[in-house]
Design a protein around this ligand. Structure first.
Ligand SMILES: *Cc1c(COP(=O)(O)O)cnc(C)c1O
Length: 357
C-alpha cells in the first residue's frame, strides 16, 4: 500500500459537536485503479476531487456500485468495524452482477483498516456517533460505447455521522412503482437503483410520506423493502421479514436483527409478507410494529402506512414494549462495545503508526 499523508489536515478545525453529515469528509481516502486487466497498487492519499471526463462510462452507463458501513469509537477510544467481511463479500457480488472486476481483500479490508486507523481522530465518540464509510467502484473508461468498461476506480471515502435517532415516519405502500424487477439488479448495491427510487419517493413526499414500502413488481401484493432499508413487520408477538432474493438486498443489519431476535427468543419468520396480511392485521389490532433497518440509521420506526388513499396509524411503543427498539439497542450495544459480542461481529482497528512510502 502506498501511503501519502495530507500536508494540510483539516482535523484540527473539525468540531464533533457541530458538523454536517454526508458532506464533511475525513482527511484521507483510499483509491485503486483497474487497467490492462488488473488492479494496481492500493493508495491511501489526501481526500480530494479526481479528474474525469464527462465521457466516463460510469456516469453514462451507470456501471457503478457501492457499500455503506460504519466504524465506532468506544468509551476508551478503541475503534471497531462491524462485520466488514460481509461488506467485502457483498461489494464483490454487486460487482459481479454489473460485470465489474472483483476487488481484492487487500484493497477492501486492508485499505479500510488503514484509512480508519489513520483518520481515527475523525470518529466522533458518544451515543449514536460513528464514522460512515463509503467504499465504491465505478467505470472510468473514456468511451461512448455501451459495453463493459476496461477501466475502473475503487475508492473508500468517509464522513462522520451523528446520532441515528430518527423520528417515526409515515411510509406509503407502493401500488405502482417498483424498486427492483425479476432478473434485475435489486440485490446489488448498484448506484442506479438509488437513482430510480428518487422520483417515486419525491411523489410520496408530496403526498406526506417520508418513505415508500416497495412491493413486488408483478403484483404489488408483497412487501419487499422500505426505502433503502430491509423491512420487518410484527403481528402479535411474531416478527416477519421477507426472504432475500434477486429483488431484495441482503442487508447486514437485517441479518443481525434476525440473529438477535433468535437470541432473545422472539419468534421470527423469514417468509413472504403480503400487503393483505398487514392491512388485515391492522384492522383486527394485531399489527404492532413495522420498521426498516439499515446501516445508516439502524432502525426507522413507522408511525403510519399509506395504502390506497388510506392512512393506517400504528401505535408508538416504548423501548420496553417495542421489538424494533430493543433489538436496535442490542445491536448498537455490540457495535459500540457496550455489550459482550457473542457473535464475533466486532473487528478492532489496531492503533498503529502508518509509515509513509
Ligand atoms: C444498503 C441497503 C440496505 C441495508 O443494508 P445494510 O447492510 O443493512 O446496511 C437495504 N436495502 C437496500 C436497497 C440497500 O441498498
Amino acid at each position: 500500500m502506498i501511503i501519502q499523508k495530507s500536508e494540510n489536515p483539516r482535523i484540527s478545525s473539525f468540531d464533533p459537536n457541530n458538523f454536517s453529515f454526508g458532506n464533511t469528509f475525513i482527511d484521507h481516502m483510499v483509491i485503486c485503479e483497474f487497467e490492462d486487466g488488473k488492479w494496481g497498487e492500493v493508495k491511501l492519499v489526501p481526500y480530494g476531487p479526481l479528474p474525469f471526463s464527462p465521457a466516463m462510462m460510469g456516469v453514462n452507463y451507470g456501471q457503478a456500485c457501492f457499500e455503506g458501513m460504519k466504524a465506532y469509537k468506544d468509551k476508551d477510544g478503541e475503534v471497531f468495524l462491524f462485520r466488514p467481511e460481509k461488506n467485502f463479500e457483498r461489494i464483490n457480488k454487486s460487482a459481479a452482477r454489473l460485470a465489474i472486476p472483483e476487488i481484492t481483500r487487500e484493497m477492501f479490508i486492508d485499505g479500510l483498516k488503514a484509512l480508519v486507523n489513520l483518520d481515527r481522530a475523525w470518529i466522533p465518540q458518544g451515543e449514536g456517533m460513528s464514522l460512515y464509510i463509503r467504499p465504491l467502484i465505478f467505470a472510468t473508461e473514456e468511451a461512448l460505447k455501451a459495453k463493459i468498461s476496461s477501466k475502473y476506480m475503487f475508492a473508500i471515502v468517509a464522513t462522520p455521522a451523528k446520532s441515528y435517532y430518527t423520528e417515526p415516519v409515515s411510509v406509503k405502500i407502493s401500488d405502482f412503482y417498483s424498486r427492483a424487477a425479476s432478473g434485475g439488479v435489486g440485490s446489488a448495491k448498484a448506484a442506479g437503483n438509488y437513482a430510480a427510487s428518487f422520483y417515486p419517493t419525491q411523489l410520496a413526499n408530496e403526498e406526506g410520506y417520508e418513505q415508500i414500502i416497495w412491493t413486488d413488481d408483478a403484483t404489488h401484493e408483497y412487501f419487499e423493502e422500505s426505502g433503502t432499508m430491509n423491512v420487518f413487520v410484527r403481528i402479535n408477538d411474531t416478527i416477519y421479514t421477507p426472504p432475500t432474493s434477486e429483488k431484495i438486498l441482503d442487508g447486514i443489519t437485517r441479518d443481525s436483527f434476525i440473529q438477535l431476535a433468535k437470541k432473545r427468543g422472539i419468534e421470527l419468520k423469514v417468509e413472504p409478507v403480503s400487503v393483505k396480511q398487514v392491512v388485515e392485521a391492522h384492522k383486527d389490532g394485531s399489527l404492532k410494529e413495522v420498521w426498516g433497518v439499515g446501516t445508516a440509521v439502524v432502525t426507522s420506526v413507522f408511525k403510519a402506512l399509506g395504502y390506497k388513499g388510506e392512512k393506517l396509524q400504528l401505535p408508538l411503543l416504548s423501548l420496553e414494549e417495542s421489538f424494533a427498539l430493543s433489538l436496535q439497542k442490542d445491536l448498537v450495544d455490540i457495535q459500540t462495545n457496550n455489550a459482550e459480542d457473542t457473535f464475533g461481529w466486532r473487528v478492532l482497528v489496531k492503533n498503529e503508526i502508518l509509515e509513509t512510502v
